[in-house]
Design a protein around this ligand. Structure first.
Ligand SMILES: *Cc1c(COP(=O)(O)O)cnc(C)c1O
Length: 346
């Protein structure tokens, strides 16, 4: 039986139709700016999200790095959540490559950064302090959808205080699909969220199912600065249209289907509800977090091994994490839930 890989939505393989789109892509040399498939993708994602320009980059990490270094100079700082990817999970790249200092802020239980905490973290214009230049938010954050009213308020506050606003929208389309609800217009919601920001990064290689690639969107002038950073970071790719074509295919075919991933995550959470020793949060999108509690507190490694022995792969540094995606189905999710119940004799 094939493994059920719930480690991440990055594990998806390109579908046959996506591979066909890649094989058929017209190619050029993107370092010379003449790969038609890259140019088409950049225009498409910029237009979709309401920006002047976009830059195709190999990874979400590089996209955030380009954004940080295009917004900030040496000695500047950005305000960011403690658990945000562009602070915690990217090797400190902004500090290492840009001498840009992060100012992390604790999250509220719903994933937001309290407006009062943002306000309090903005440094006065004084030689003692780094210059506060940017607010970076993430949506979804650990699968949590930031309430849209909050996104408006936080980005308005940043704008009023003269800060730039960056969205790490690696899973922006998951947020948009959840925010749109059944029958809603996910693309309109993605644009509504994105338009609260000066720059937005989106990943094609997560739930959208492309093998590689992210895009950074912003003004023409901002993207020109980011383009220089991408070159310095070694991210100038040549016949990248092969990859851009997969991303473009994903935008055309894999956005609305994210609702199916969200339904599978709910199905998994429901399948393991009520187990003593396991606390599961109802998922808003495609990520289910579970905490082992009480007498089971130390059992996470044993549970992971139990699942692995049954072909069910999970991960999680701080908490157990199960992510649904294009390459898992209801039968797989049910098998995972049954194996978890078996571990707890529940
Ligand atoms: C995965 C992820 C990234 C980075 O993407 P990579 O392509 O793995 O570098 C950035 N931000 C968030 C929120 C992510 O989930």
């Amino acid at each position: 039986m094939a493994d059920i890989d719930l480690r991440s939505d990055t594990v998806t393989r390109p579908t046959p139709a996506m591979r066909a789109a890649m094989a058929a892509a017209p190619l050029g040399d993107d370092v010379f700016g003449d790969d038609p498939s890259v140019n088409a993708l950049q225009q498409k994602i910029a237009a979709l999200l309401g920006f002047e320009a976009a830059l195709f980059v190999p990874t979400g990490t590089q996209s955030n790095l380009c954004a940080l270094l295009a917004h900030c100079q040496r000695g500047d700082e950005y305000l960011v959540g403690q658990m945000a990817h562009c602070y915690r999970w990217e090797g400190g790249g902004g500090a290492v490559f840009g001498s840009v200092q992060p100012q992390p802020i604790a999250h509220q239980p719903d994933g937001t950064l309290a407006l009062a905490d943002i306000e309090a973290a903005i440094k006065p214009d004084d030689a003692h302090f780094a210059r506060t230049r940017l607010l970076a938010l993430e949506n979804t954050l650990g699968g949590q959808l930031l309430p849209f009213g909050y996104v408006q308020q936080a980005t308005q506050l940043a704008q009023d205080r003269g800060l730039g606003r960056h969205l790490d929208g690696a899973r922006l389309f998951n947020a948009a699909v959840a925010q749109a609800g059944p029958g809603g217009d996910a693309f309109a919601e993605a644009r509504r969220i994105a338009q609260c920001f000066d720059s937005v990064s989106v990943c094609f290689s997560k739930g959208l199912g492309a093998p590689v690639g992210s895009a950074l969107c912003g003004s023409r002038e901002f993207i020109a600065r980011a383009h220089r950073v991408r070159k310095m970071a070694g991210g100038g790719l040549r016949q990248a249209g092969l990859l851009a074509a997969a991303a473009s295919y994903a935008l055309d075919h894999h956005v609305e289907r994210l609702a199916a991933d969200h339904a599978l995550a709910r199905r998994l959470a429901e399948g393991v509800a009520g187990i003593a020793g396991l606390r599961v949060e109802p998922p808003q999108t495609n990520i289910v977090f579970a905490d082992l509690v009480g007498e089971s507190r130390e059992q996470a490694p044993a549970l992971r091994a139990h699942l692995q022995a049954r072909g069910i792969l999970t991960t999680g540094v701080y908490r157990l994490r199960f992510v649904t995606h294009l390459d898992v189905d209801a039968a797989g999710v049910d098998r995972a839930a049954a194996a978890i119940r078996e571990f707890f004799n529940a």
